[in-house]
Unconditional design. Structure first.
Lengths: 112, 111
């Protein structure tokens, strides 16, 4: 079955640590996205990539970094510069054109 | 922020009733999409309506778009308990599939 996989499901980070969230898709989608969701709120765009080896900042990119070395993979690193990283992180992908997104099941990150 | 807003924030109905959610946005759009999110899960794409369309149907879902008022509505007919979820509208105002999500409507359908 084709889909988009995020791992881990839950992640705990100590103060000052960098952590990396994994996002892998086997849908052959060109575009991939990272969103952050805070309790009771909508989604805010962190980074997106429309082709391999290229990515763009979204609305809240500060304290985050990404890479897009393979079409299937778009990992997100939450750096120590992100002051309030506790949130639900969602990865999505889409094909080029006017189509909907396919979302992963999310990673819940908590700072301890 | 370009973020859209859904109204109401929360909606509680009985099974069999219809549920209507509204979405307003601020700038001209290329298309508007509706998504469902069950608690603690990822979002699921429901329906997409382009800026030159006024109404679309998919099963028990009906979406309307009024570009002059910059608003859309999602109607779920004959609601079921399984429809309990949060519903988000998302707008693409760039034409490059960079979606901006609204704040969501929490729908509770009681048996």
């Amino acid at each position: 079955d084709g889909g988009i996989t995020q791992s881990p499901k839950y992640l705990f980070r100590k103060e000052g640590q960098n952590v990396t969230l994994s996002c892998e898709q086997n849908l052959n989608h060109d575009a991939m996205y990272w969103y952050r969701q805070d309790p009771g709120q909508g989604l805010r765009l962190i980074y997106y990539s429309q082709i391999v080896n290229d990515f763009q900042k979204g609305d809240i990119a500060e304290g985050y970094s990404v890479s897009r070395e393979k079409k299937e993979s778009f990992p997100l690193t939450v750096t120590s510069a992100q002051k309030n990283p506790t949130a639900f992180y969602l990865c999505a992908s889409s094909i080029t054109g006017v189509y909907g997104y396919t979302f992963g099941s999310g990673t819940r990150l908590t700072v301890v | 922020s370009q973020q859209g807003e859904e109204d109401p924030q929360a909606l509680s109905i009985q099974e069999g009733e219809n549920a209507t959610m509204n979405c307003s946005y601020k700038t001209s759009i290329n298309n508007l999409q509706w998504y469902r999110q069950n608690s603690g899960r990822g979002l699921v794409h429901l329906i997409l309506i382009r800026s030159n369309e006024r109404e679309k149907h998919s099963g028990r879902l009906r979406v309307t778009l009024d570009t002059s008022k910059k608003s859309s509505s999602l109607l779920i007919t004959a609601s079921r308990a399984a429809d309990t979820a949060s519903y988000f509208c998302a707008t693409d105002f760039t034409g490059f599939q960079k979606l901006v999500f609204g704040t969501g409507t929490r729908l509770l359908v009681s048996p």
